[in-house]
Design a protein. Structure first.
Length: 447
């Protein structure tokens, strides 16, 4: 009895202090047994069964056997993962993937697991992903990550899978978050993930560069005020036009050119002449849209026009936008909703008002609006991520300190490409500027 009490106490302590270790050592076995034992009764109680086929009933009558009972979806695979269980089901005739999705909360209680989500793999096959503990409480990214070009792992989803920022699939994104919501940490993870890739980073930080200037060794261009931001964005528009001229010159379209060799964007160009892709990070976009005089209003209109042009035309030229801000609403002026329409990827941390959540998800996933405004203040870093398909997930980025992000950027500083059109905006990193110096246009300097 003493040994049993000690083992139970140790398991309880392990589950409280190290839930991931508990799951891998004890929890996964208990959960697998629980799912297999309860499966038939749980499917019947949740209404996920169908009556037996008529030929089975007829065969039972002819042979004098007991009539067969309802049939549950067939288990194709039950695979343990580091965060839960992966259950793949073959639906019976007459069942739909929505039937499984509608009962995920009942499945969670029935199998005594932390969370259950489902998605359709193909016609008639549904994957049910079950998590054994709160994976967002202490985020630990898996050791193996899919790090393809322009595909950055930035956070962990509530079902235990990795949330990627794939620029080739979702070119432009909008990230919202109030003060102390974790937006800056998400941005640091994004920059740290992009640092090892062959990509030019362009930053616009109107807080005098306090967020992005520490990472300046990995940035090809940086602006810290609205005036410099305008010149930088117009230089990007010029660079975009030059890239299109290069694509046009390399197309050489004729009847002898195969379809696969006709270039329509930078990724179809030969690697030796392909321009380096550019990721533009805009911090506090509202600072670019505010104005207090006629001159500032003209500047604001030119800035928003340049952003909209890049959002509409930049993907094929290899220019991607990452817009961040605390507040994003139609009161920021004309052109804001047009810009929002081009930002396919949406991420919302805790926001202070429902209007910002509506601007993020109101047009693509209305259910995500309620989830975004319900994020508690004490769970910094928790966010809702969605896209134009209407799907959304709860995510949380691992905590990355500014020191860690600076170390990663300095380690990969040699990868910082020189973009001729943006050379005048490259930050000087040879010495730390004094408090009075402004990070404005400078001549290119060696890092």
């Amino acid at each position: 009895m003493v040994a049993v009490v000690v083992v139970v106490a140790a398991a309880g302590l392990l589950r409280w202090r190290r839930p991931a270790w508990y799951w891998l050592s004890i929890g996964v076995t208990l959960a697998t047994v629980r799912v297999l034992v309860r499966y038939a009764s749980v499917m019947d109680a949740c209404g996920l069964t169908v009556p037996p086929a008529r030929w089975r009933l007829a065969l039972a009558r002819m042979t004098g056997r007991e009539a067969p009972g309802p049939r549950s979806p067939r288990i194709l695979r039950l695979r343990p993962t580091r965060t839960g269980l992966l259950l793949r089901l073959k639906l019976r005739p007459g069942q739909d993937a929505f039937d499984v999705a509608a009962t995920t909360d009942r499945l969670r209680h029935s199998f005594s697991l932390y969370g259950v989500t489902s998605r359709e793999i193909r016609s008639g096959v549904v994957e049910v992903r079950m998590t054994g503990y709160d994976v967002l409480k202490r985020v630990q990214m898996p050791a193996r990550l899919d790090t393809r070009p322009m595909r950055i792992p930035v956070a962990l989803r509530e079902d235990g899978s990795v949330h990627y920022r794939d620029y080739r699939a979702v070119p432009h994104g909008l990230t919202l978050g109030a003060t102390e919501s974790g937006k800056s940490v998400y941005q640091r993870n994004l920059v740290a993930g992009l640092a090892p890739h062959h990509v030019a980073l362009v930053g616009i930080d109107c807080k005098q560069g306090v967020e992005l200037f520490p990472l300046a060794r990995r940035f090809s261009a940086l602006a810290d005020n609205a005036d410099t931001a305008l010149e930088l964005l117009e230089a990007l528009v010029t660079h975009m036009e030059e890239v299109y001229q290069l694509i046009r010159a390399e197309q050489r379209i004729s009847v002898a050119v195969p379809d696969a060799e006709i270039a329509a964007d930078v990724w179809a160009l030969p690697e030796d002449i392909r321009p380096v892709p550019v990721v533009v990070l805009v911090d506090e976009v509202a600072e670019l849209a505010l104005y207090a005089s006629k001159d500032e209003e003209k500047r604001r209109d030119r800035i928003i026009t340049a952003l909209v042009r890049i959002a509409q035309l930049g993907r094929a030229a290899g220019i991607y936008l990452e817009i961040c801000g605390q507040r994003f609403g139609s009161e920021l002026g004309k052109g804001i909703t047009m810009l929002r329409a081009q930002l396919t990827g949406r991420t919302a941390h805790r926001v202070n008002d429902e209007t910002s959540a509506n601007m993020a998800f109101g047009d693509i996933a209305p259910d995500a609006v309620l989830a975004a405004i319900q994020i508690p203040a004490e769970t910094r870093g928790l966010a809702i991520a969605g896209d134009s398909t209407g799907g959304w997930h709860r995510i949380r980025a691992p905590h990355t300190s500014l020191r860690e992000a600076v170390n990663i950027c300095n380690k990969h500083a040699h990868r910082t490409p020189v973009v001729p059109a943006l050379a005048a905006f490259r930050p000087i990193t040879a010495a730390v500027p004094s408090a009075r110096d402004r990070l404005s246009k400078t001549a290119p300097a060696s890092a």
